[in-house]
Ligand binder design. Sequence first.
Ligand code: HEM
Length: 229
Amino acid sequence: MSAAATALTGKSAERFRFWDSPIGKKAVMAATGFILFGFVTGHMLGNLQIYLGPEKLDAYAEFLQQTKGLLWGARITLLICVALHVTAAIQLALLQKKARPQAYVKKTSAGSSYASRTMYWSGPILLAFIVFHLLHFTTGQAHPDFQHGAVYRNVVTGFQSAPASLFYIVAMLLLGAHLYHGIWSMFQSVGINHPKYTPVFKKLAALMAAVLVGGNVSIPVAVMTGLIR
Ligand code: HEM
């Protein structure tokens, strides 16, 4: 426990103890991860309106821009969630390192899936993706021909660049691996671990991640193949 926490009593000390414990950090990761997953799902459903044509997508984007309370509420919530999720992840990694200062001579994969081993490097790459994504489609500095409010046009011209589309596709596959393990860890954090139901939940996590990857990847692919122009 930190020095500050020992100086505290009652409820605030309990709160410190919760945050300081690995269980507390895992709970914070699960809760913030759940909110971020909700955003990514809603964002994908919104983006899929691209298949309904420019009027639909641009009207949806215009509605979001006009609904300032919703827009800023979502932005602030996302920022807080990302900050807590990343802080808890780094602190958990440091705690694990402290508990086992000597690294394994040979890393074995027993009990840890490919997705779980990718968590700590897919996370930073996803953060880099989000920064690029905001400069690409929200502020336009990383876009070759950005026009404010012309969301459909910005997405189509943005994905006509093969390197940009490829970067999105790779980032979405990483997001899928990250989500698969994240959703699965979340089930475990809330105590869902049963010999009968565990395989079902694993399949459910894989299905949810696959739907998200498929929906998102379909957009750059549709632009690159000329389905959306
Ligand atoms: C192919 C997949 C994606 C497409 C086509 C896409 C498209 C867009 C577009 C067009 C905007 C700008 C909307 C506007 O200005 O009204 C935007 C904003 C945003 N996107 Fe995505 N997005 C994708 C995936 C993602 C993913 C995976 C994440 C998160 C991990 C994400 C996070 C965001 C955020 C945080 C914003 C800023 C919202 C705001 O504050 O205005 N996007 N996206």
